[in-house]
Design a protein. Structure first.
Length: 121
């Protein structure tokens, strides 16, 4: 059996109760034969604007970084790592705090779904 947890919020956010609860649940399933994976962006709840790189450094985790091809001439950084048997694929974002995130107009003007094209990676 496979379980994928996907969220825009980072699963490694130590300041988020929801992220911590999700992490505990996935770790509790460690005894099962279930393939548990997380796909998330780098959005963090930290009020001071902590970056995903700072969180990774604090946790002292071994990570692998690569570029995922999204289509002709387009790619996105992906961070691949494992935490207590749970595989994570993180896609860093430019900013975590909501006040610095793109507004709806900016979001529509860029990104992989601009013209409803399909993202494959």
């Amino acid at each position: 059996m496979r379980l994928l947890f996907a969220s825009i919020h980072s699963d490694l956010d130590l300041s988020s109760g929801a992220a911590l609860a999700t992490r505990v649940l996935l770790e509790l399933l460690a005894g099962s034969d279930m393939d548990r994976r997380v796909l998330s962006a780098g959005v963090l709840d930290h009020e001071r604007g902590t970056s995903l790189d700072e969180v990774l450094a604090t946790l002292e985790l071994t990570v692998r970084r690569f570029l995922a091809e999204l289509g002709p001439g387009r790619s996105a950084e992906v961070i691949d790592l494992a935490v207590k048997g749970v595989r994570l694929a993180l896609m860093p974002t430019a900013s975590s705090p909501a006040e610095r995130s793109p507004d709806s107009r900016q979001s529509r003007s860029s990104g992989p779904m601009k013209n409803r094209e399909r993202c494959v990676w």
